[in-house]
Ligand binder design. Structure first.
Ligand code: SAM
Length: 286
């Protein structure tokens, strides 16, 4: 079905099915006709590609993805929506709706079963309440995915795409940049959604590295060090990591020295290489 972005079309579908928006599930549906075709075009999907969509809603983005991809698997938590999607996506025979919580799904299994031999990308207008957990699950599980293209709140997009060594960066920046190269594709105004959220959004794309570029001995420790460093942004990394990881300052100072990192740095002044060298040096001491 076309025009799923049309305000009146959505109202009609809602009236026919008795559907009402769930704020708890982050249901802000797109009503701007230009956004979904652009996302589908820029997400890296083509006639040989499989696409995973998180949260299809009534299918406005799914409809565009079905036109460009070989196959689309859309994961939806709201059990009222699959029935509606059957009607709105009836024109397409290359779509499967999976009912469930994306955070609980075994995505390795899903990819192996649904997309054998295919290159896979993710494309989604993410529910805002779990933006970072979904992105981190998709990256940390090391899924065979080429790229993630997601709509997130503008502020989250700025953080996710920030350069290290700038004020805008945070723990999530260092985590995302460990696995991928993120970039901002385009901004989307709050008025492009129904109901309209309070803030603007942006679409970002993360091109996933086949293998992380950093030389990290213990990934879990790297992420603990990064989170610890950013847990108190105004403090030095030495102080924050010492209290977050429970390591005494003398031992930690030796680790800084071995890593060649200045212990007086604040977290936003650290590079990814600094974090990698520091976590490797800490690893040899705890
Ligand atoms: N794709 C539609 C659009 O762009 O108009 C809807 C996007 S809406 C921002 C987010 C969607 O994610 C909703 O359909 C919501 O029910 C679904 N959702 C929320 N939490 C989810 C979860 N944990 N797993 C899968 N889907 C979820």
């Amino acid at each position: 079905m076309e025009k799923l972005w049309d305000f009146n079309e959505i109202k009609k579908i809602m009236a026919e099915s008795g559907f009402t928006f769930s704020k708890a599930l982050g249901q802000n549906f797109l009503v701007n006709p230009s956004v979904c075709p652009k996302m589908a075009e820029l997400c890296g999907a083509d006639e040989n590609t499989g696409v995973i969509e998180v949260g299809p809603g009534i299918g406005v983005l799914t409809n565009e993805l079905c036109k460009v991809a070989k196959k689309v698997v859309a994961v939806e938590l709201d059990s009222r929506l699959p029935e509606i999607l059957k009607k709105t996506l009836a024109d397409h025979d290359n779509v499967t709706i999976v009912s469930g919580d994306v955070m609980e799904l075994d995505l390795h299994k899903l990819i192996a079963e649904e997309f054998p031999g295919m290159e896979v990308v993710v494309c989604a207008n993410l529910p805002y309440y779990i933006t970072s957990p979904v992105i981190m699950k998709l990256l940390e599980e090391k899924l065979p995915i080429k790229a993630l293209t997601v709509m997130v709140q503008k502020e989250a997009a700025d953080r996710l795409c920030a350069q290290m060594g700038t004020r805008a960066c945070g723990a999530v920046t260092a985590a995302v940049r460990y696995f991928s190269e993120p970039r901002l594709l385009f901004k989307v105004s709050a008025g492009s959604f129904m109901p309209a959220p309070k803030v603007d959004s942006a679409v970002i794309r993360m091109d996933v590295y086949k293998k992380p570029k950093l030389d990290v001995n213990d990934e879990k420790l790297y992420f603990r060090v990064v989170r610890g460093a950013f847990s108190q942004r105004r403090k030095t990394v030495l102080n924050s990591v010492s209290s977050a990881l429970g390591i005494d300052k003398a031992t930690l100072t030796q680790a800084f020295s071995e890593a060649g990192v200045n212990p007086a740095l604040r977290p936003e002044a650290m590079s990814l290489e600094n974090f990698a060298a520091l976590s490797n040096a800490i690893g040899g001491r705890i």
